[in-house]
Design a protein around this ligand. Structure first.
Ligand code: MIC
Ligand code: SF4
Length: 651
């Protein structure tokens, strides 16, 4: 029987398990990537495994998330990352070289390979035909040590494109349309495979915009075939040698298929506070805008930046708008400088920002109170921008430029007509500027290299083994779609990523500022802290700190209606039980402050799916379930993945 692309790559990398959807399989990882905000933990954990040199074909450490260096903490992190990379055989992409996913696509991504990254937008490289998956840092550390990555063998959704995008409509509008259709919930365990005639008109960076926001759909990853478009991109990057053709067999089967006619897509927008709160931009046109930001791993390619520059050429941004542009990489910035686009952007009033994540992660550019901020990035979660009452609207670069000119939310087609602007029509270049001088190649033998650690860099904390029973308190009850930004804020708090006791002070900061104090009090009194959540608990980032810090505070279980993939794996890795509420009405009957007992949790888990719980405050029984694999149960019993790995070796 023929195979689809997802099956082809996964099956050729299979090291354990049965390749049937729903079953846990282990795959070999060819490449890894890390970024600074998750990276310090990854390398501390890698060091704890005592392996001298990475065993992957390629591992790259990027510094892109926090380069603000307010205080010594970031700078110390960067120095640690640089020295630990050289010591263990990891390429190091210095601050200023660009956003990990964009740079990886330009300089390292290779069709047919597997990539594991400690960042949820790792699927960006699905645009070049990789199985690229985001995971918690510990999973990445284990992959660097040569261990397999475990995932549920996915169901595959084929998205078949017909037609071609109209002028002023771009890849971002396509993925926003898909988010409108598929939403951010209920897609766990799926991979999206794109195909159809329509893909031929999409360049690799445009495909990458689409696979990038697969993270927001909650799918494991998304992938495009590798075709002549891919070859052209690689050739322009002077890397044609890594091109291979990759397409689905004619008789390939899919678990579901949908068709999308690109010609019918219009400029779209995701309104606050969820990437699936999507409408047509024309539906909300006229709303006053205070800030416009172009950049992030979704929309910061050469084409994106050039498009915005062309639209703004000879025009001035509205006086009510603060307008910033963060190119995705040093390559994009160099090209934009060479082709005078930087001049046209600066001329229009743009603030040229560093080639980093910056505003996207809330590191700078917090909007004013109550502001409307129009951005080209991928997440508009509550509070992520740094201003709680600001509303973030996610759009394409074309729409962002139109809004910057008008000072209100505007459809680029209408603005083009009003101002007589021609469609920018930026095409993919035949040759990019290739200059890898900001990427430090590790020495053949790194054993003599001294690893430098600052005072902010601690050791990865150890989780505790699963207890026979839990006696706890529902210290916090939250609703649906709780993101890792709710659990573990980034932005101004990012600089504590390497200091767990300090960072743990901010767990659930925007939801209940007292949470960490209450949990530490429980811990001191021998009470287990339990969090109750709704649907899709743990959406968003791969940050394992959203599990490490709660684990440090004594959280022993999260009881929710459903979990997102990366976060639930992180919970297990750090010894926190992810438990499902079997009957949804029980969620309503549990209140914050209730006492919960799981009298024989360990025995229940070892026996089957059902875990018995009792609400001792209100006197009723609750049926909980788990979806843990045998391996995950062993991890919990061992006291987390690091302890388990030390016992078993990197598997
Ligand atoms: C994000 O977009 O939320 C981040 C910041 O890139 C995270 C990683 C992190 O929290 O460091 C992600 O997407 O995984
Ligand atoms: Fe960086 Fe934003 Fe992309 Fe996360 S989503 S990797 S913060 S640019």
């Amino acid at each position: 029987m023929g195979k689809n692309i997802v099956q082809k790559i996964i099956d050729s990398h299979l090291v354990s398990g049965e390749p049937a959807s729903g079953k846990e399989v282990g795959i070999k990882i060819d490449q890894t990537l890390t970024q600074d905000a998750t990276g310090t933990m990854v390398y501390l954990q890698f060091e704890a495994m005592g392996i001298p040199r990475v065993k992957t074909e390629l591992s790259v450490s990027y510094v892109d998330h926090n380069t603000l260096q307010e205080g010594f903490e970031n700078a110390d992190d960067h120095r640690y990352l640089q020295t630990v990379a050289a010591r263990h055989g990891v390429y190091y992409s210095r601050a200023g070289n660009g956003i990990c996913h964009q740079v990886h696509l330009e300089r390292f991504g290779a069709p047919g390979k597997t990539l594991l990254g400690s960042d949820s937008h790792t699927p960006t490289n699905g645009g070049i035909g990789m199985i690229a998956i985001g995971a918690g840092g510990l999973d990445v550390a284990i992959a660097m040590a040569g261990g397999a990555f475990f995932l549920t063998y996915p169901k595959v959704l084929k998205v078949h494109f017909t037609g071609e995008l109209s002028p002023w409509v771009s890849a971002k509008d396509v993925i926003l349309k898909l988010l409108e259709i598929l939403t951010t919930k209920g897609n766990v365990g799926w991979v999206v495979e794109y195909g159809g005639e329509g893909i031929k008109s999409l360049s690799v960076p445009e495909r990458a915009t689409i696979t990038n926001m697969g993270a927001e759909l909650g799918v494991t990853t998304s992938i495009f075939p590798s075709d002549e478009v891919t070859r052209k991109f690689l050739k322009a990057q002077n890397r044609e040698a890594v091109w291979v053709s990759l397409e689905a067999d004619e008789d390939a089967k899919y678990d579901r298929a949908i068709e999308l006619n690109l010609s019918e897509i219009e400029p779209m927008v995701a309104q606050p506070h969820s990437p699936d709160n999507v409408v047509r931009i024309r539906d909300i046109a006229g709303t006053e805008v205070h800030q416009v930001l172009v950049g992030s791993c979704t929309n910061s390619s050469y084409k994106d930046v050039m498009t915005v520059a062309k639209i703004l050429e000879g025009r001035t941004v509205s006086p009510s708008v603060s307008f910033g542009v963060a190119p995705g990489s040093r390559q994009v910035l160099l090209m934009a400088a060479r082709e005078s686009s930087v001049a046209s952007l600066v001329g229009s009033g743009a603030r040229i920002l560093e080639a980093t994540c910056g505003f996207c992660i809330g590191a700078g550019q917090a909007p004013p109170s109550g502001a409307v901020s129009v951005r080209t990035n991928n997440r508009n979660f509550f509070g992520r921008s740094g201003t709680k009452d600001a509303g973030i609207y996610l759009v394409s670069p074309e729409t962002a430029a139109a809004c910057a000119i008008k000072g209100v939310i505007a459809d680029p087609r209408d603005v083009a007509e009003e101002y007589g602007i021609e469609p920018p029509g930026v095409s993919a270049p035949d040759e990019f500027i290739v200059d890898d001088t900001m990427i430090i190649v590790p020495p053949e033998d790194g054993t003599g290299i001294e690893i430098r650690r600052g005072p902010n860099i601690g050791n990865p904390p150890e989780a505790s083994p699963l207890k026979d029973s839990l006696k706890g308190e529902v210290t916090l009850k939250v609703g649906d779609k709780i993101t890792t930004d709710h659990i573990m804020p980034a932005g101004a708090r990012l600089k504590y990523r390497s200091n767990i006791p300090k960072y743990a002070e901010f767990v659930f900061e925007s939801v209940d500022a007292e949470f960490h104090r209450k949990s530490l009090k429980n811990k001191a009194e021998g009470v287990d802290t339990i969090v109750v959540g709704g649907l899709s608990y743990g959406q968003g980032s791969s940050r394992e700190h959203a599990a490490i810090c709660p684990s440090y505070l004594g959280v022993r279980a999260v009881v929710a209606k459903s979990f997102e993939r990366i976060h639930s794996a992180n919970l297990v890795n750090f010894g926190i039980l992810p438990l499902l509420i079997a009957n949804e009405e029980d969620y309503d009957r549990i209140d914050q402050g209730d006492r919960l007992e799981l009298p024989q949790v360990k025995a229940d888990i070892l026996k089957g799916e059902v875990v018995k719980a009792v609400n001792t405050t209100k006197g009723f029984e609750i049926e909980l379930k788990h979806a843990l694999s045998k391996r995950q149960i062993e991890i919990l019993i061992a006291g987390g993945r690091l302890a388990y790995t030390k016992q078993k070796g990197s598997q």
